[in-house]
Design a protein around this ligand. Structure first.
Ligand code: NAP
Length: 326
């Protein structure tokens, strides 16, 4: 039985793996994809991680993984299908009061059912991150992979010399517009309000680009094309005026959805589906912790994800040390 199974190998999971290994825990990190790094793999440039200004996201992920490998962390490629608690002992009252609102006894541990078989563990750290939100407009699903994309750094090269649209006003959309502007003839950045949500430094950069046109107060209504994207129908939400933009690519950057389906059955989630947990990363289910983008919190960046990984392992060490679980 493992002391901790870390679900996910993005920055939060990799940081946790490093802390767990250094603490002498029997730890296993499960990753869905063959490549560690999570969302940061698709980030062209990370410019706010201290000490590594302007590092490419892929390179940063490689550095995190190389660090974990150097320490001898154990990894396994597997998809978690479900989790069940191993029926409880009477829990440590203090621990339950601190971390649980479920009222029941602390579980003795968990069994993770994966596509590679069952794995038993005393604790779980959910670090499965988040996936891209969809626009849910006509043409989006039909033309996915045929001009509709959720990752500019992955697919941007196909649109060299072409006209593209990016939808959204957060860090991802603005970063995508900046990235695409390097190769595209023109990029429309379409935002539903008259003010961007992205960091000020990104706003300044995108507004200075001659081939990026920001279309304010506008929503995308329909993506059209036969075999490939040919145009985007948009509507100004203030005037009601509709128009058609001739674009060959549509990049969707309208936020993220937490990957909490499996763990949300065991612990309390907030109204957006993020696992509810404070800075100690303890969820309402004793023994289950949450780190990174899956945790309900204010700031979702690499630096806060790696901090979560460290905090979660510290809490897990306390949990294992108290009570009779170790
Ligand atoms: P986000 O910050 O939630 O921004 C989503 C954007 O999409 C918002 O501007 C929102 O508009 C818009 N939007 C949402 N639903 C929409 C819809 N149906 N139609 C049109 N527009 C819609 O999400 P994100 O940019 O994907 O970033 C996710 C998280 O990762 C954020 O916490 C972000 O800070 C973080 N991140 C950080 C970095 C970095 O530090 N370098 C890089 C990338 C991402 P409103 O503004 O009107 O709500």
């Amino acid at each position: 039985m493992y002391d901790v199974v870390i679900a996910g190998s993005g920055p939060a999971g990799l940081s946790a793996a490093i802390y767990a290994q250094r603490a002498g825990l029997k730890a296993l990190t499960l990753e869905k994809n063959p490549m560690s790094g999570g969302q940061v793999l698709n980030t062209y440039e990370v410019d706010n991680y201290p000490g590594l200004p302007g590092i490419n996201g892929f390179d940063l992920a490689e550095k995190f993984r190389a660090h974990a490998d150097k320490l001898g962390c154990e990894f396994k490629e597997a998809q978690i299908l479900s989790v069940r608690e191993i029926a409880g002992r009477e829990g440590n009252a203090q621990l339950q009061a601190a971390s649980s609102d479920c009222g029941g006894p602390c579980p003795k541990g968990f069994v993770l059912e994966t596509d590679q078989g069952e794995i038993e563990t005393k604790t779980i750290l959910a670090a499965t991150g988040a996936t891209h939100a969809k626009l849910k407009i006509p043409g989006e699903e039909e033309l996915a992979g045929m001009g509709v994309s959720y990752c500019a750094t992955c697919d941007g090269a196909f649109f060299r010399g072409k006209v593209t649209a990016v939808i959204g006003g957060g860090d991802v959309a603005v970063e995508d517009a900046i990235f695409l502007a390097r190769g595209c003839e023109k990029v429309y950045l379409i935002h539903r309000r008259d003010e961007l949500r992205a960091a000020a430094v990104l706003q300044k950069e995108v507004m200075a680009l001659p081939n990026v046109e920001i279309i304010w107060d506008t929503v995308a209504e329909r993506i059209e094309g036969q075999e490939q994207v040919e145009s985007l129908q948009v509507k100004n939400v203030k005037t009601g005026e509709k128009s058609s933009l001739p674009v060959q690519g549509v990049f969707v950057g309208v936020g993220i959805i937490p990957s909490s389906e499996v763990f949300g059955k065991l612990a309390r989630c907030d109204e957006k589906g993020y696992l509810a947990a404070g800075e100690d990363c303890a969820t309402s289910c004793p023994g289950l912790y949450a780190a990174g983008d899956i945790r309900g919190k204010k700031l979702r960046q690499v630096v806060t994800a790696v901090a979560d990984g460290a905090n979660a392992i510290t809490s897990i060490l306390e949990y294992l040390a108290q009570g009779d679980i170790r």
